[in-house]
Design a protein around this ligand. Structure first.
Ligand code: SF4
Length: 365
């Protein structure tokens, strides 16, 4: 992975580029390459340009996502970055689809963590129809009880499966392209870039939003990252998670080195400038790759995961809340409000039930 020259500076007027983008200009391939190749001394002007664009569409707001690994390991695919892949020897939990109470408990934790969106993720090439029906039934209950936005990441989907999920109230499907078309076969041989595009197509046809992102740091070139940033613009996805490889021992990419945090910020600026009004999430690998620069990521990005990732730990939610508060940013409560209403309703019901019990008998011990 190339990184920017730390001394030289380019001739790009980043602020002028931001103004042009806000006026409707579409980031070009060359401009994208300039972003990734910017010198470290240009980092603050570049972040300011990304901030101007982010601020136009999202102000100082931050969306939080909470992720539940609802089925772990046991995957027949060979995505080289993934600890759950068929060739991985990483020591990770392996289990089939969690029970309904366990997934509902995740929703409760998501709401309690001020998350706006609850992400239900399962390992595997794609779900069985039975798994889709189970997830759909659980989503109906989550919507009813917590009012959370629901994003499902279940692998490759058929049209019928996508429609079942849409009918149950799933708002969004996550299905990452991860890297450019040209580099895709370097990271996976069991399915193709076009297979993934096809799932994005059926999700869109079923009327759900698209969450589709990248994993930077898998040995790709700047050109690959720029191509994907522009591809996602073309697809008009609603949300882009920007992951930075957290190389896990036992995977094919275990030797790949950690990225430098300044380059990670340039990657976030690239995806923001290429996709001005799209939700941009600083996602997996944040803590490992951005380290002390994590807070800066929220100038181009407007969203992050709280708590843990699929098979790796995130930092405690309290540290994320503190970071957001220290930045002077504001967590979007959104549907969290419906959880507060739900809690209030439940407390009222509990009080009413207590009152209905004859005095002297309301002891559970
Ligand atoms: S990314 Fe998904 S499909 Fe690929 S190996 Fe991991 S769990 Fe399987």
């Amino acid at each position: 992975m190339e990184t920017g020259d730390s001394v030289a500076s380019s001739s790009v007027d980043w602020s002028a580029l931001a103004r042009r983008i806000l006026g409707g200009h579409v980031l070009t391939r060359d401009e994208g390459l300039s972003v990734l190749g910017a010198s470290d001394s240009e980092l603050l002007p570049l972040l300011d340009a990304a901030w101007q664009v982010r601020h136009r569409y999202f102000g100082r707001k931050v969306h939080l996502y909470y992720l539940k690994n609802a089925k772990s390991g046991l995957c027949p695919e060979d995505c080289g970055y993934c600890s759950q892949n068929v060739n991985s020897t990483a020591e990770i939990p392996k289990y089939s689809l969690l029970s309904e109470p366990a997934i509902l408990e995740g929703a409760r934790q998501a709401a309690a963590s001020q998350a706006r969106t609850y992400c239900i993720v399962t390992s595997g090439r794609g779900p069985t129809d039975r798994e889709v029906d189970r997830v759909a039934g659980i989503v109906r209950k989550i919507k009813d009880q917590y009012g959370l936005h629901i994003c499902c990441c279940l692998g490759l989907l058929s049209s019928e499966q996508a429609q079942t999920l849409a009918d149950a109230g799933v708002d969004r499907i996550n299905h990452n392209l991860n890297t450019s078309r040209g580099y895709y076969e370097q990271i996976c041989s069991t399915h193709t870039f076009d297979d993934r595009l096809e799932t994005l197509r059926v999700v869109r046809n079923a009327g759900m939003e698209l969450c589709c992102g990248v994993i930077a740091g898998m040995g790709e070139t700047h050109q690959d990252l720029v191509e994907l940033a522009l591809e996602l613009r073309g697809i008009k996805v609603e949300s882009i998670p920007v992951n930075f490889l957290n190389s896990i021992e036992g995977t094919q990419l275990q030797e790949v080195r950690v990225l430098d945090p300044r380059f990670c910020l340039k990657v976030l600026c690239l995806f923001r400038l290429a996709n001005p009004s799209t939700e941009l999430r600083v996602a997996g690998g944040r803590e490992v790759n951005l380290r002390s620069m994590q807070a800066m990521a929220l100038y181009p990005a407007n969203s992050l995961f709280v708590s843990d990732y699929l098979t790796t730990r995130g930092q405690p939610a309290e540290e994320d809340f503190r970071m957001i508060e220290d930045l002077g940013f504001e967590i979007v409560t959104g549907d969290h409000e419906s959880y507060r209403l739900f809690e209030a309703r439940r407390n009222q019901q509990a009080e009413a039930a207590d009152e209905a019990v004859p005095a002297g008998l309301n002891c559970s011990s």
